[in-house]
Design a binder for this molecule. Structure first.
Ligand code: NAD
Length: 329
């Protein structure tokens, strides 16, 4: 089987080559998949894509024209795919439903701890022989209320970790996780979660119903000074309205691993370039904002799991076996 990979980095090649026991012919393209680059898929049996590759109707039509019948998403989310179009064209989609929910949950906690105790600032200060504690005050997590929006695999692990800090966990989800209910987690309406929480962490998928779930109205419902964490998908948050919330002090701190307009920025070294995105530039100017570039998943365990599962998905497809990780819609 010949597979063309899009948006690849050195670590993709490293892990996929290591676990390619099937002996597939893998070609690694650095370019992101979009209409202009779709023709790189010519001559392959399958393609493999990541979170910011574009799989809209135009791209899918081109891929179908080149004979691509299966797309292996080496990620969990599939919000970047026009599912109706894929169905119409008879393209099979397989994904990696869970690679390391611990990695993402732990990264959300890392954002909270860093923003709260300002260790990133302390690190730089001390290296500069500045041993002052001025403006490094944090707060005890013990006793605080943490609102978890989306209590699936990642949200549930995140809730457990935060319980370990002595936090009270409140949750909002369209489905109540029985394990969390057993642990005494209280489910409530989104509005109540927002009014009660000192920290709000987003772990729901990006769907039409969750697009801009954090907006002008929901920000107003949040406690003044609350911390907002997003390790899920950028468009869950209306970034411009969050900036207004930060300017007014209503949002006390913001930690994001995902960003609404991340496609043109994340996973690239732009240190010698002029960044023309004024929204991220404004976000970066706040002392109480911490941004990481979609690295929550980035652990050895997760990369191993992504490579093994993706290759197994392609093997199952190739052998005509039942597809356990097919995106069903
Ligand atoms: P999951 O499917 O196990 O859980 C998602 C939860 O969200 C489910 O409990 C579901 O019922 C709930 N949900 C669905 N619609 C909702 C709504 N309208 N409001 C509230 N909750 C709703 O998924 P997961 O593995 O926990 O992953 C969660 C998200 O994390 C993914 O969708 C993905 O966007 C993101 N993610 C980010 C990274 C990263 O590196 N930053 C890595 C992996 C996943």
């Amino acid at each position: 089987m010949k597979v063309a990979f899009f948006s690849t980095k050195s670590y993709d090649r490293q892990y996929f080559d290591q676990y390619n026991s099937q002996g597939f012919e893998l070609t690694y393209y650095k370019v992101r998949l979009e209409e202009e680059t779709a023709e790189f898929a010519k001559g392959y049996d399958a393609i493999c894509t990541f979170v910011n590759d574009r799989l809209g109707a135009d791209v899918l039509e081109k891929l179908a024209g080149y004979g691509i019948k299966v797309i292996a998403l080496r990620c969990a989310g599939f919000n970047n795919v026009d599912l109706e179009k894929a169905k119409e064209l008879g393209i099979t989609l397989v994904r990696v439903p869970a690679y390391s929910p611990h990695a993402v949950a732990e990264h959300a906690v890392a954002l909270i701890l860093t923003l709260n105790r300002k260790t990133h600032k302390a690190y730089n200060r001390v290296r500069d022989n500045n041993f002052s504690l001025e403006r490094l005050t944090g707060f005890d997590l013990n006793g605080k209320t943490v609102g978890v929006v989306g209590t699936g695999k990642i949200g549930a692990i995140f809730a457990q970790i935060m319980r370990g800090f002595g936090c009270k966990i409140v949750a909002y989800d369209v489905y109540q996780n029985p394990e969390l209910l057993e642990q005494g987690v209280e489910y409530m309406e989104m509005q109540d979660l927002l009014t009660q929480s000192d920290i709000v962490s987003l772990h729901c998928p990006l769907l039409p119903s969750t697009y801009h779930i954090i907006n002008k109205e929901t920000i107003k419902m949040m406690k003044r000074g609350a911390m907002l964490i997003n390790t899920s998908r950028g468009p869950l948050v209306n970034t411009k309205q969050v900036i207004k919330g930060l300017k007014s002090g209503h949002i006390g701190a913001l930690g994001i691993d995902v960003y609404e307009m991340e496609e043109k920025l994340f996973f690239r070294d732009l240190s010698e370039k002029i960044v023309t995105d004024d929204v991220i530039a404004r976000l970066l100017s706040f002392p109480n904002v911490l941004i990481t570039s979609h690295q929550a998943f980035f652990t050895d365990e997760a990369l191993t799991q992504i490579a093994k599962t993706t290759l197994k998905n392609l093997e199952d497809y190739n052998e005509g076996r039942e597809l356990t990780n097919e995106v069903s819609f």
